[in-house]
Design a protein around this ligand. Structure first.
Ligand code: SF4
Length: 226
């Protein structure tokens, strides 16, 4: 049977391959936090989503416990997503600046958003085994996105995951490129672009500003057009 983004989506949302993460995502969904106590949490793996004709993939680490794990859409319903999608709107990749729920009308143009791990991990730290178990979903998505040119890695763990997924697809670069904000590497037909993660830790301290994030997506557009 031919692979497809729809097929990957359907497999991801029922995946229970990592017992520790299944237990955690479901526990968080049951226990909730006070500010979302009246909401029904998704509590399952969060699939990639976006434009099937994307030239740019934006890669995060994993869904946030009370963000993607609550809303069912990656970078949706948390501060990191607010920062990210406001930038994608300013730079012309999104039709609106907010991302609050899976039914909020947000549409992406030319970008697809995914994560190395599809389940929220305790302390935002998947184990290497959990990472390796989940990466084939990303590899399959990358292989199916025919117009893909650029991967934007949000943080060092996403950078590492992108390198691993590209290596699995036969694109290996030595020495291994090092992560940095606006670091670039050529990997076969793809460009890999680093960006500090839009976590509150980075955005509240000014390590990542709106201007810095916008510059990343402007650069991604340039790389995609080459
Ligand atoms: S992290 Fe990935 S492989 Fe592990 S249970 Fe979640 S979706 Fe499945």
């Amino acid at each position: 049977m031919h692979d497809s983004l729809e097929r990957i989506h359907d497999e991801v949302v029922v995946c229970r391959a990592c017992p520790r993460l299944v237990e955690w995502r479901e526990r968080v969904a049951r226990e909730k936090v006070a500010r979302f106590a009246d909401q029904e949490y998704w509590g399952r793996p969060v699939p990639g989503w976006g434009d099937p004709a994307a030239a740019i993939v934006i890669l995060g680490l994993a869904p946030a416990a009370h963000g993607g794990n609550r809303t069912g859409r990656i970078f949706t319903g948390d501060r990191s997503g607010d920062f990210l999608f406001a930038s994608l709107h300013r730079t012309g990749f999104a039709n609106q600046p907010t991302s609050v729920s899976a039914e909020d009308g947000l549409r992406l143009r030319g970008v697809y958003v995914a994560a190395v791990n599809r389940c929220a991990p305790p302390a935002n730290k998947p184990t290497p085994e959990e990472r390796d178990r989940c990466l084939p979903y990303l590899e399959r998505e990358l292989a199916l996105l025919r117009d893909l040119r650029v991967l934007v890695a949000l943080g060092a763990i996403a950078w590492d995951g992108a390198l691993r997924a590209l290596a699995a697809l036969g694109h290996v670069v030595k020495p291994r490129p090092r992560f940095g904000h606006l670091a670039e590497a050529s990997m076969g037909p793809f460009a890999l672009l680093g960006c500090f993660h839009p976590s509150q830790q980075n955005t509240f301290t000014g390590k990542l500003t709106t201007g810095m994030l916008d510059a990343v997506f402007d650069r991604a557009r340039e790389l995609a057009a080459r």
